[in-house]
Ligand binder design. Structure first.
Ligand code: MG
Length: 162
């Protein structure tokens, strides 16, 4: 029998991953709108990754016979001012997601659901990479704030990636 609080927490996390995809699609479309096609592509790839996270959680929940409840997905922020602002928001969002997963992990410990604990451990480590990814881009733009060619350069790099 799955603990009902843990079950609810997983449903919330599932929803958050879909929300993350929504948010990154919103960011991608912002970049498309200002013709920064490299950043647009990069954020679309991030959105797809979030959908993969959602599927991973979904599959785990099915495996464990959790009760899946698909909750309403919140409308994402779409008020962006420039590349730095978008990337900073993405970074802040990933830090928030990390803290949410850590809370869920603590709950799984509390209710002694060891399988969930191990599953979430993996996700927490993945968050380290998610945070690092955006932090690096953020720093590169931030420390060249006066030099708009840096965002252009990163945009070109993203355009040329796989
Ligand atoms: Mg995610």
């Amino acid at each position: 029998m799955i603990d009902s609080k843990l079950n609810a927490g997983f449903n919330t996390q599932l929803n958050k991953e879909f929300y993350s995809a929504y948010l990154y699609f919103a960011m991608s479309s912002y970049f498309s709108g200002i013709n920064m096609d490299g950043f647009a592509k990069y954020m679309k790839d991030q959105a797809k990754e979030e959908l993969e996270h959602a599927q991973k959680i979904y599959d785990y929940m099915i495996l464990r016979r959790f009760n899946i409840k698909l909750e309403r997905i919140e409308e994402p922020d779409s008020d962006f001012s420039n590349a730095l602002n978008v990337i900073e928001k993405a970074y802040e969002h990933e830090k928030f997601v990390t803290s949410e997963i850590i809370n869920l992990s603590e709950l799984s410990k509390e209710v002694k659901d060891y399988m969930s604990e191990i599953f979430l451990e993996d996700m927490i480590m993945e968050q380290a990479e998610e945070e690092d990814k955006f932090f690096k881009i953020y720093e590169r733009i931030k420390y060249h704030e006066d030099c708009s060619s840096m965002t252009e350069r990163i945009d070109a790099e993203f355009k040329n990636q796989g």
